[in-house]
Design a protein around this ligand. Structure first.
Ligand SMILES: Nc1ncnc2c1ncn2[C@@H]1O[C@H](COP(=O)(O)OP(=O)(O)OP(=O)(O)O)[C@@H](O)[C@H]1O
Ligand SMILES: [Mg+2]
Length: 279
């Protein structure tokens, strides 16, 4: 992994933004999800119980098909669980809500709005003045290195750039909970390590509760307070489930080249591989 440069812009914090009601923990209890027609259902995920404290950063890793995206879609309110319950900030999730910011692999940008307008959209919806929303948008676009693309339309950007706009747009809403499903998967290595460092700094500054799905164990260990290892899935004949939750006690300044870092990484890799044929 390359050196992560410090971003040269100051990070907008909760204080510079408008929303105040932004403390939320996540309580997931006995969650299961099956897909298919009644009588022909396949249990994709079962028995998932997990509490994420307010302000905690939790990464989820595991082989393809073990139910990571299913879990995040249920938390986002895009899908209903078959059994079990999810509480965010003590409130049952019944659908999407502005308390939860979502970055999934399909960017979900509005193609008819410019990059700046896409990022300013959420603050505008929350009653922020046009001028302040524009300033917020520009701050976050600087953060993801897209100042010069602010006036372009999403269709004029590369996939990785669109993904950065999607990240800026979610951060500009300052949600209490961030749900991120492989948000850096489409980025080149350099941009990815820059954004990892920035996400850590943003998280320290604004203390959102984060659930972050990634295929990169290194990314999980670099970012998270705890790493949830999931295994199983249809291809393995058992529903996806949590195999183990690994605390990452490496402090704030993590060095991916250190032996401590690599020991945690190896341990998680072993857990992922034991339960699957491939990652
Ligand atoms: N809409 C759907 N209809 C039917 N089956 C589905 C649907 N969505 C997911 N599944 C199944 O549920 C299981 C879990 O899928 P999910 O997308 O959550 O896995 P994942 O861990 O995110 O995998 P990946 O790492 O490849 O993104 C898989 O077996 C998948 O085929
Ligand atoms: Mg997925």
């Amino acid at each position: 992994m390359t050196n992560r440069k410090e971003p040269d812009v100051s990070i907008p914090t909760a204080a510079t933004l408008t929303r105040t009601e932004r403390q939320a923990d996540i309580r997931i209890n006995g969650l299961a999800k099956s897909y298919g027609l009644p009588g022909h259902e396949v249990l994709a995920m079962s028995d998932v119980t997990l509490d994420v404290a307010s302000g905690e950063f939790v990464a989820v890793v595991g082989a393809s098909g073990c139910g990571k995206s299913t879990l995040l879609r249920i938390l986002a309110g895009f899908e209903k669980p078959s059994t079990g319950s999810v509480l965010v900030g003590g409130t049952p999730v019944t659908g999407p809500g502005s308390d939860r910011g979502v970055v999934f692999q399909d960017y979900g940008l509005f193609p008819w709005l410019t990059v700046r307008e896409n990022v300013a959209y959420g603050p505008r919806q929350h009653g922020v003045s046009r001028r302040a929303a524009r300033e917020t948008a520009d701050e976050f676009l600087a953060l993801v290195g897209l100042t010069r693309s602010a006036g372009k339309f999403p269709g004029q950007l590369s996939g990785g750039m669109q993904q950065r706009v999607a990240i800026a747009r979610v951060l500009a809403n300052n949600p209490a909970v961030l749900l991120m499903d492989e948000p850096f998967g489409a980025l080149d290595a350099l941009t990815r390590t820059d954004l990892q460092a920035e996400l850590r700094r943003i998280h320290r500054a604004n203390a959102a509760t984060v659930l972050f799905v990634t295929h990169s164990i290194e990314e999980a260990v670099y970012l998270a307070d705890r790493v949830v290892v999931m295994t199983g899935g249809a291809a393995h004949g058992v529903p996806g489930h949590i195999r183990q939750i690994v605390p990452v006690n490496l402090g704030d300044n993590r060095d991916p080249s250190s032996s401590e870092f690599n020991a945690v990484k190896r341990m998680i890799a072993d857990l992922v591989h034991e339960g699957s044929d491939h990652v």
